[in-house]
Write a new protein. Structure first.
Length: 94
């Protein structure tokens, strides 16, 4: 595990808001769990084209070729998340 923290996952322009635990591994893999059951609820498909960007101190986005994932970190670590995701992408062989 490279990094992990509680986040809020937004979908459909914040109409659907879910609390999740986001986990980044060096496998590489980026997935999220439901906090109560620790069950995997989804994952971001990993490719060499994935890119993360901090929008504000708390909001960041993960761009894939097919979809954009929107996350909110209530501890204002969006820049840290974006940096760690982009670092793992750079280290991933193409």
């Amino acid at each position: 595990i490279v990094y992990s923290s509680p986040i809020i996952k937004e979908r459909y322009k914040a109409f659907s808001v879910k609390e999740r635990i986001l986990i980044l591994t060096d496998m590489p893999r980026l997935f999220y769990l439901e906090p109560e059951k620790l069950a995997v609820k989804g994952s971001v498909p990993w490719t060499h084209m994935i890119c993360a960007e901090a929008d504000t101190e708390s909001k960041f986005h993960v761009y894939t070729p097919d979809r954009t994932y929107h996350f909110v970190d209530s501890e204002h670590r969006a820049g840290l998340w974006a940096g760690k995701i982009n670092d793992v992408v750079k280290r991933t062989p193409k």
